[in-house]
Ligand binder design. Structure first.
Ligand SMILES: *Cc1c(COP(=O)(O)O)cnc(C)c1O
Ligand code: SF4
Length: 413
């Protein structure tokens, strides 16, 4: 009896760490989990309605990260349908980035001259409610046929300026490893392809997918860069850290592309914590994306100002390489546009006036200019810095100025 029990537990445990088991046992409707959620039946019925248009898929692993008592839990918010996906659908577009307008062959977006993006499957481990490519979800998971992928690869082969290929989807790591290896091998055979990137959320939603076998394959066809998507500190777990570690130990560089999401991470402290935890597990924060104007995603969108506010709280306040670039993927296929607070305050030919993260406004002498030569102007304020009358305007209460004063007082004694 006891023996049987322990083997059952062992079985459950081996299943849990088997990515195929996780895929087979995904939650495909909120009805399956309604009992364990702290959500009333009316809301569940609304969610069912949403599922008719935008279906549900959640791995048992990702679901296990949620605090089920909290309807505002950041894991649940990314995973569970919301009636606003239908109510506000007319705000968004199916393809707000006009990806399909820049497709020389089906499934391949050639927007930037030296980079190409291939969609190789519509399947994902989890379907994120905020997904930019909701338009390709359809009613079932479907890998793109080998013939179609071969056509994309043939386009890359005859387009020598493409030196960076992004394998995307959907999630390419939902493909069998042999199929993925086939795609990577064909890309590597093209001499002008310098780097291959893979966009995958599996380190976050299905970390057991990062198997030894997969890592060996990636190592073989490297250099490979993996771009993943952690959006909240709660997603950084022992399992996800271990998955990232396996990738890194096989020569894969791991970067993170977060999406700024209302009610999930639209808070400077949450993003700062996320970025710090990411570098702790050796993931480089790369982009923070303004949420796109996608059909069924409007309720996640923040104002652009929220992103600017978050960037203000990062630069100077934490490790430089843990700071992502805040970008807006512009409409009409204009691509990624970086946005940040203004640090350049004013300029003359002789002088640029900058401000730093502490709010100090400081003059920066331009090459070959002598500051003393401009001293006969009379204006005050920032103009007085331009005129070379002051070097800077310093707020009195910065932490650094207080430290300096303490140090100087100490040294004088
Ligand atoms: C984001 C994106 C890329 C890659 O852009 P990087 O700034 O190099 O990361 C390439 N092609 C398309 C269509 C993209 O959306
Ligand atoms: S993993 Fe990426 S492509 Fe897949 S649903 Fe989430 S955001 Fe969309």
């Amino acid at each position: 009896m006891e023996e049987q029990e322990s083997s059952q537990i062992k079985n459950a445990k081996t299943n849990w760490s088997d990515w195929k088991w996780q895929m087979r046992n995904r939650i495909s409707s909120v009805s399956e989990i309604a009992q364990s959620l702290n959500i009333d039946s009316k809301k569940i019925a609304e969610m069912n309605l949403v599922e008719d248009r935008f279906r549900t898929a959640i791995t048992p692993y990702y679901f296990s990260l949620a605090n089920l008592q909290d309807p505002n839990d950041p894991i649940l918010k990314q995973a569970l349908p919301d009636i606003r996906e239908l109510e506000m659908a007319d705000f968004g577009e199916a393809d707000p980035l006009s990806e399909e307008d820049d497709m020389p062959v089906d499934g391949m977006t050639h927007r930037y001259d030296d980079r190409g993006l291939l969609v190789v499957t519509n399947a994902c481990a989890m379907l994120c409610r905020h997904c930019t490519r909701k338009r390709i979800w359809n009613s079932t998971d479907a890998a793109v046929s080998s013939e179609s992928v071969d056509k994309m690869i043939a386009y890359i082969a005859r387009t020598p300026q493409i030196r960076d290929v992004i394998v995307s989807g959907g999630d390419p790591f939902t493909l069998p490893t042999t199929r993925l290896a086939d795609i990577l091998r064909k890309l590597r055979e093209i001499p002008h392809v310098e780097i291959i990137r893979i966009g995958t959320r599996t380190p976050v939603t299905l970390p057991m997918r990062i198997t030894k076998d997969l890592c060996t394959t990636l190592d073989k066809y490297g250099p490979i860069w993996v771009n993943t998507q952690f959006n909240h500190p709660n997603e950084i777990t022992e399992e996800s850290a271990a998955a990232v570690d396996r990738l890194i130990r096989h020569g894969v560089c791991v970067n993170n592309q977060s999406v700024l999401l209302k009610g999930i991470n639209d808070d400077p402290e949450i993003v700062k914590t996320l970025c710090r935890k990411l570098v702790r597990i050796k993931v480089r924060p790369y982009y923070l994306f303004q949420c796109d104007q996608v059909e069924g995603v409007e309720h996640f969108r923040t104002r652009i100002s929220k992103g600017v506010e978050i960037m203000e709280s990062l630069r100077g306040h934490t490790t430089g390489f843990s700071i992502p670039t805040f970008v807006i993927d512009g409409p009409e296929g204009t691509g990624k546009i970086p946005v940040m607070p203004n640090y350049l305050i004013s300029q003359s030919e002789q002088m640029s006036v900058l401000r730093n993260y502490e709010g100090i406004i400081v003059g920066y002498r331009e090459a070959g200019e002598r500051i003393t030569s401009m001293n006969n102007r009379t204006s005050g304020g920032v103009a007085s810095i331009l005129a070379g009358k002051r070097s800077c305007l310093v707020p009195t209460e910065t932490k650094r100025m207080i430290r300096r004063a303490q140090h100087e007082a100490g040294a004088g004694m």
